[in-house]
Structure formats: structure tokens, C-alpha cells
Design a protein around this ligand. Sequence first.
Ligand SMILES: [Zn+2]
Length: 229
Amino acid sequence: MRQKKRIVLGIGMICTLMIATVYMSRFTHIIAEKEWKVLNGIVVVLDPGHGGKDGGAQSGEIMEDEINLTIAFQTKELLEQAGAQVILTRDGDYDLADKGAANRKRQDIRKRMDMMNAEDVDVFISIHLNAYPNPKVQGAQTFYNEKDEASKEFANLIQNKLKVLTKSKMTSKPGDFYLLENAKTMGVLVECGFLSNPNDRALLVKEEYQKALANVLYKSIKEYFDFLM
Ligand SMILES: [Zn+2]
């Protein structure tokens, strides 16, 4: 009788342990998933500026549109790992205008804008590089629509991180870009540096630096939406 009791007690303990193990593993799984998928449900449009015949800013063989696209790909990867849905306005060397469009530039920009303004989009970042006649001008700068407080706040978040990365004193600024003025979604345009400045240019062509820029964009989105959630 006593032995029977002990067996029952033993089976009971084993069952309790098994249930506890299953429960704990589910619990840690939920925690891990929450940490890893912090951007679950967030839709991001990344817009690598220019493409196709429009290469953007240029310095010798170095073309702005190619670097913009690389930074966009790197940012996309980071965002997707964190659970975000990412839409690229382009994923190759082309623009968005139809064949034979009367005004390619205008149609291209309108199509990008339509993608950013789609109903389910939470945030957009248009990625560009700058150029200026004075080669001494350097640094990364974030532009926003001054009528939109959320975009301004988001731009400041990015710019503060860019200041650390680029050691630039530049601040974020309202921008009179067509894209920003017609945006219905929160978003910014980031000029990641000046191709016309030798220091910026030397950094902008490096994969390591492009990844650091992508990380700034990713972390800014993560911080902004993490705070809201
Ligand atoms: Zn550009």
C-alpha cells in the first residue's frame, strides 16, 4: 500500500514537472518572440532615391542611386528581422515612370508618393545623398514636413543618431521637397552625406559605413514604435 502511494506520488511529481517545463518553455518563447518581433505589424516604405537614367548626385564613377539602394536593402533586412513589413519603392536600377512617359521625373515621384501614402503604411524614409558646389560642406541631414509634428519628432530621432555617427553638427530641418509636402504618412527624407565632400565620399562608398547608416534608420524606427507600443 505504502509503495503504491509512493508510485502515485512519484507519477504526480513527474506530471507536475512536465507541465511546469512546458509552461515555462512557452513563456520564455513568448518573451523571446516579443523581443525579436518588436516591429510586428509595422509597415515601412523605404524609398531609395533616383534610379535608371536618373543616377542622382555623382562623383566620378560613384553614383548616388546605387548607394541609396544598398542602404535601403541593408535597412530592409534589419527591419524584417525585427518583424516589420518593408516595401521598397524600387529594388533595382530603374525609375518608376512608364515607358515613353511625357514627364518621367514627375511620374516617377508621384508613383513613389502613392506607395508611401497607401493606407496601411506607418512610416516612410526616402534615402538620398547630397552634393554641393562647395566641397567643404559635409554631413548627414534629415528633412521633414514642418506641418507634421510626428515627422518632426521622428526626424529629430534620426538626426541625433546621425550626429553621433557622422560627428556632424547639422540639425534636422523642414524640407520643401514635393514628397514631404504631399505626404499623408509620417516620414522623412534623409540625405546621408555629401558625395561632393572627400571625407563623406570616402565613407559613403564603404559597406561598413552604409551598414552603420542602415542601422541608424532601423534603430530610429524601432525606438519610435517601441515607445508607442
Ligand atoms: Zn537624391
